[in-house]
Design a protein around this ligand. Structure first.
Ligand SMILES: [Zn+2]
Ligand SMILES: [Zn+2]
Length: 200
């Protein structure tokens, strides 16, 4: 489902079959009704063919696979001439960075006025424009939605946190559909305030 070497998801396109999709090409994510363990999300992504398609992504694929946790491939380690697990190697690297205080993804929570660590399953809406990405995030701590303006790498590459991001100075409400409309209408006319994204 997720390929750590190309940092992209394998999703299906009705025209081209399987296609490679980076997280920044996701547009919306919704929870499926009913209990699912682990959680499964319905997402809509912008495909290379020009259309938007729906897809299903498990929470583990969204949040953990980009860190290598789901990867069971092996590689020849040239330092030791042994075959090592790619996933294990990446997982150890990720664990070291998290211990050192780095978090794979972060955002600025506007209602709380502070940066927070986050996982991609909290990304509700992504809207491209002007070379960057409008990103609506449901805060895991206060459950309110903030809209940040970030680079594509900020979402696509774990541990690539933009040093400075834009923040829409507006409190968005929980109703997802209203948020979508509000988000689209206001995003590119909104005044962005630059905030530092340092988690220390
Ligand atoms: Zn397509
Ligand atoms: Zn918050």
């Amino acid at each position: 489902m997720y390929d750590v070497l190309t940092t992209s998801f394998r999703l299906s396109c009705p025209q081209h079959g399987e296609t490679s999709v980076r997280l920044s090409r996701f547009r919306r994510r919704e929870e499926l009704p009913g209990p699912h363990h682990p959680a499964v999300y319905r997402i809509v992504f912008e495909c290379g063919c020009g259309d938007e398609h729906p897809g299903l992504v498990a929470q583990d694929d969204l949040d953990l696979a980009p860190l290598g946790l789901e990867d069971d491939r092996t590689f020849l380690n040239l330092m030791t001439s042994r075959t090592d697990s790619l996933g294990l190697e990446l997982t150890e690297l990720a664990a070291q960075r998290i211990k050192a205080g780095e978090w794979p993804w972060s955002f600025f929570c506007y209602p709380e006025e502070r940066p927070r660590p986050v996982f991609p399953s909290a990304f509700m809406l992504l809207a491209p424009g002007d070379g960057s990405l409008g990103l609506a995030v449901r805060c895991p701590a206060c459950q309110r939605t903030s809209v940040n303006l970030v680079s594509h790498e900020h979402v696509d590459l774990p541990f690539h946190n933009d040093r400075e991001i834009g923040v829409v100075e507006h409190v968005f409400y929980d109703d997802v559909h209203a948020t979508i409309e509000e988000f689209r209408a206001e995003l590119w006319s909104a005044r962005f305030d630059a905030r530092r994204l340092s988690l220390e």
